[in-house]
Every structure is written in C-alpha cells, then in structure tokens.
Ligand binder design. Sequence first.
Ligand code: NAD
Length: 479
Amino acid sequence: MLMHDPWIDGRTVADAGWARIIRTSPSNGTQIASVAAGTAETVVAAIAAARIAFDARIWADMPGSARGKVLSRMADLMERDLDTIAQLEADEAGKTIAGGRGETEWGIELLRYGAALAWNLSGKAFSDGGPDNLGLVLHHPRGVVGMITPWNFPIVTLMQKLPYALAAGCSVVVKPSEMTSGTTLMLARLASEAGVPPGVFNVVTGEGSVVGEAMSTHPGIDMMSFTGSTAVGRRIARHAADRIRPVALELGGKGANIVFADADLDAAAKGAVAGFTLNKGEECCAGSRLLVQESIAEDFGRRVAEAAARVRLGTGEHADMGPLISAAQMEKVLAYVQSGLDQGARLLTGGTRVTEGGLADGNYVAPTVFVGARPGMRIVDEEIFGPVTAIIPFKDAADAIRIANSTGYGLANGVWTSNLDTAMVVVRRLRSGTTYVNTYLETAPQLPFGGLKDSGLGRENGIEGLSEFLETRAAFIRL
Ligand code: NAD
C-alpha cells in the first residue's frame, strides 16, 4: 500500500502520530493508499515554510526566464515518469489507463505553457509626453498561495494553477483531495528534482474540513485558489472576504450540449456521448443536458442511446469508461437517476449499476440517457457528476439559449451547427465561461478557462491565468 505523507520544505514529513485515511480502489475495492490526515498544525508548518521561502526571494526574485527553465525541466521529468504518474492517476481516480495518460499529457502541456509565460512576464511604462515624469506599472507575485483541488482531475486541476503561480514567483501550499493525493505528491518531488527551491511547493494531505479549513482561514495565506464544489467555494469566498484577500474559484457546472438540425449529426452524436461519459461524467464541463432541435430529437436521441450502450466499461487498454470515484458517489448518481424517474423523465438507456463482466467490486454505472426531461427536474438543474445526460427538445436558437441559461451555473456549453451565424449567436448569448463549437471538451492552454454565475470567479490558463497570481502596483517618477 502506498504511503502518502505531507511534503513540506522540500521533504516528506512522516509523523507516526497522524491518523490515516485508507483509500480503496474504485475499480476493485482493494486498499491502495494510506493518506496522512494532516492537522491544523501541519498547515501552519507548511504555510511557515512557504512564507520563509517567499521572503528569502530566491524563487520570487529569480529572472522569469530562469524560473521558466526550471518549470520546463519539471515538464521533462513528468515525461520521463509519464507511465508511473498515469498509472497512479488511473488507480486512485478510477480512470482508464488511456484517461490517466491523457490527463498526464495535458498536465505536461499546461506546465510547458506556464514555463513559456515565465519568460514573458512584463510591466508597462507610461508617459504623458512631458519630459519630467514617468509612470511604471509593475507586476509582483502575490506571495503565499493556498491551493485546494478535487478528485476528478487531480493533475489537470493542479496544473491549471501551479505553473502559473510558480511562473509568477509565488510560493504555494497545496491540499489535494484526500481520495487522490498520490500524483500531487509525485509532482512535488519532481518539482524539487527540477530545481524548485525547498518551501516553494508544499503539499498537505488530509480532510477538507480540517486541512482545507485551516488553510483558507489562515492569515498567512495571501490568496486562495480553489477548484471544487460551489458549496465549498462559497465558504472559501466568505473566509477570503473576512480577510480581504483575493480568491479564485473554479466550481461546478451543468453543461448544455446544443445540437441543431443542420449539424453534422454523426460528429454531434459522438461528441454528445463523449460529453457525458468522458471521465465517467465526473467532469465539471460535462454535457449533462443534451438540447436537441425538435425536428431531429427522436432520431438523434436513439442514435445517442445506441452509442452510449456501446461504451465499454473497465480500466484496461480496451475500456472507454472507468468506475465512479467512490461507492458514495455511485449511490449519489443512482439517486439522481431515481429522482429523474420520480419526476417523470424516461430512460432510453442505462440507469443502473453494472456488475457483470468482472465489474462487481467496482463503482460502475452504465451510461444513462433520459428523455422527457425539462427544467425544474433535478436531473436538468443540478450537477450530477456521473455518466448521465437528459435530452431536452428546443424549437429555435432563442429557445435553446433560454433553456441553456436557465441553471445557476455558467461554466461550459457546446453548440453543433453548420451555420456560423447560428453558432455565433449562441456563443454571444450563452452565459458561459467556455463555449465549444462543433466539438466538446476541447481547448488550448492559451484559452482562459473559468466560470460565470455559480461556476466561479477568476480565470485559469492563458495570460489571464498568470495574471491571477500577480498583483499590480504603480510607481510615478518625477524626473
Ligand atoms: P469538494 O468541494 O467536495 O472538494 C474539493 C476540495 O475541497 C477537496 O480537496 C476537499 O477535501 C476540499 N474541501 C472540502 N471541504 C472543505 C472546506 N470546508 N474547506 C476547504 N476545503 C474543503 O468537491 P469534489 O467533490 O472534490 O469535486 C467535485 C466538484 O468540483 C464538482 O462540483 C465539480 O464541478 C468541481 N470541479 C470544478 C472544476 C472547474 O474547473 N470549474 C474542475 C473540476 C471539478
């Protein structure tokens, strides 16, 4: 069994006194890791290490290009260890091996992009034309950043923060999910091997209610960057408000995948199924509402249901979709399915746990497609975080936009059409941080990512993602 202990000031801190959290495999129930349940004191020690490192300014005052080189080296080391990282990610988070690999590769991509941004840190000089004055706009690292990440994409959710914060010159304390701490600890070791100085990247394992709470209320944290549920995000925002500190929040979503009759329906059907089964639907951008134009709704629904029924469950090389993260999450998803039935929706396919074919010990739920769904039903309004979608017919673009905008969330949505005008109307009118056009869940590191409404505050990736970790200061110089 793997031992996951906090990483503070450049080394593993093993303390026999900690309680342990036992992580079991989502695919077969065996014990895979013993995770140290850090305490408030552990958090204080990690923040102190991060503060000392930041104030020593070895990392913060290094030229951006030098930080960029270290981050590039870390990306090289991730590539060296790709197989091990991907396997651990798959084991802990219940992914297929292809899913673990894909996530690790995307994490490397984000790290390389962050490394490149470190070379491009810049300020501005301002002059009103007079010979006797000069204004400077300067960007400084925010200081010690607290990061809290969820279990669904442990590497990517971290890599949408860490490279940018490190490129900016910050020191960080990370609290990964207690269910998936392994890869974050692995990355901390690789960062150290690459040359990130001790104390700049610390990891405290443990429960959110203890470690996360201690971190987000601690006066030594200059900024909180959180990815997780809207409920916990609200709590973190309140703590940040008490101390007037910046906070970045990547929260839940309820994506609408909108299919117009004039779309390439083969591609749309494929995209629709991937939209709610990728990472078993444990995906903040999942297309868990499938809005289909009335004239094709029945045919398209049948097509999607047939493709969904062909999705192969398991974790091996030939599997498409892994088990849900935990038995509790599986029960939650199955309760949503029941609520859909109770509220009058009808199942086209799925809706049950799958135990056949050697899957009895895993948390497998069949890809599930509902019809007869409408806003007001829980399966349409609430984030399910499982492989479930609900088909909702619409008349025209205005109707689709109205339905898509009807939840509290505003993270990511998609539109499928061969008409660019229709696509642009939808892109402009959706209250959505990201809109995919004729694709779903595809993006680039250069594109800022984040939510509107209850889906969050701030942006990750792109230049905007770097800016979150910089504070802007000005100087006015009388010459
Ligand atoms: P969660 O909010 O329960 O937990 C997220 C993290 O917060 C975990 O590390 C957890 O231990 C910690 N936490 C729990 N209680 C805390 C507290 N009181 N104070 C501080 N930290 C605490 O979410 P989850 O179940 O791990 O993840 C699923 C959620 O994350 C979904 O809502 C999903 O949409 C969201 N998510 C959003 C994005 C995005 O980029 N917008 C990406 C991935 C996941």
